[in-house]
Design a protein around this ligand. Structure first.
Ligand code: NAI
Length: 259
């Protein structure tokens, strides 16, 4: 049992993660730009440097200098108002926050970071390789410029999830000696407000509705939270640097030979 910071705590997957981890006895520090629900204790906009720093400072204050877990669920989807916002929240809103909070994990007996990626991380396209590179270089200005130049929230979303997944895997290697595990959960289609917005969007709606997992249905937030709960637990004590697809078989359907 420990103190766990969860971003995106006001909705969808993040809210369900908070509910599940709290029921298992953890103390939750929810971070979100919205203050809905009972779990959000820190209101911060993770798309901005100022918001990220205030989330780091407030978390440090609320956890009294020691954390046991960081779960990054906050994210925006393809219906976001701009491609640069996607990069700002889905990549820099994860990497800067985790970098700022990681020192608080060092004293924990079972420290763990879980990043919610996406099955879309595997759809990274050649035309956004330079955008992904700007994220790897932590050059937010250049990443914003390239995201806007791509003219596509869809491409920016895939690039942001690819980059954050690769970043988390690299972090798992560099931070392992401090006793901190880092893993990624890659959901397929999950029934949340984000997914509903994609289904309702005239640009993406049909494609999203027709992209059905082999299992024949979309997932529920609880099914993602189950994976997160496992990864932060002692039962996952030798699991680090993994990408766990929780997608009803979608990745296997698309890329059976790539693993
Ligand atoms: P959601 O829209 O229900 O929840 C996202 C939460 O992130 C919201 O509470 C929102 O306020 C927060 N957020 C967004 N921008 C923020 C910002 N600038 N600062 C602070 N908080 C911010 O969405 P859902 O579906 O629960 O998404 C959670 C994660 O799962 C996201 O990273 C998303 O990309 C990922 N995901 C979702 C899938 C789905 O089908 N629902 C599929 C694959 C990945």
């Amino acid at each position: 049992m420990g103190s766990i910071a969860v971003t995106g705590s006001a909705s969808g997957i993040g809210a369900q993660v908070c509910r599940m981890l709290e029921s298992e006895g953890h103390s939750i520090i929810g971070i979100d730009q919205k203050t809905d629900g009972k779990f959000t204790r820190i209101a911060a906009d993770l798309s901005s440097k100022v918001g990220r720093q205030s989330a780091i400072d407030e978390t440090q204050r609320l956890c009294d200098g020691q954390l046991d877990g960081i779960i990054c669920c906050a994210g925006v989807g393809v219906t976001a108002p701009s491609a640069s916002l996607i990069v700002g929240v889905n990549f820099f809103g994860v990497t800067e926050l985790v970098d700022g909070l990681a020192p608080l994990l060092v004293e924990s007996e079972n420290a763990s970071v879980v990043v919610i990626g996406s099955v879309a991380a595997t759809h990274q396209q050649k035309e956004t390789a330079d955008l992904a590179q700007a994220m790897f270089d932590f050059d937010e200005q250049q990443a914003n410029r390239l995201a806007e130049a791509s003219g596509s929230t869809h491409l920016a979303y895939a690039a942001s999830k690819f980059a954050v997944t690769a970043w988390a895997r690299k972090l798992s290697v560099s931070i392992a000696s401090k006793g901190i595990r880092v893993n990624v959960v890659a959901p397929g289609a999950v029934e949340t407000p984000l997914h509903q917005a994609s289904k309702d969007d005239p640009r993406f709606g049909e494609a999203v509705k027709n992209f059905v997992a082999p299992i024949g249905r979309n997932g529920q937030p609880e099914e993602i939270a189950n994976a997160v709960s496992f990864l932060v637990s002692d039962r996952a004590s030798f699991i680090s640097g993994s990408v766990l697809f929780v997608d009803g078989g979608m990745d296997a359907m698309m890329r059976a030979k790539q693993f």
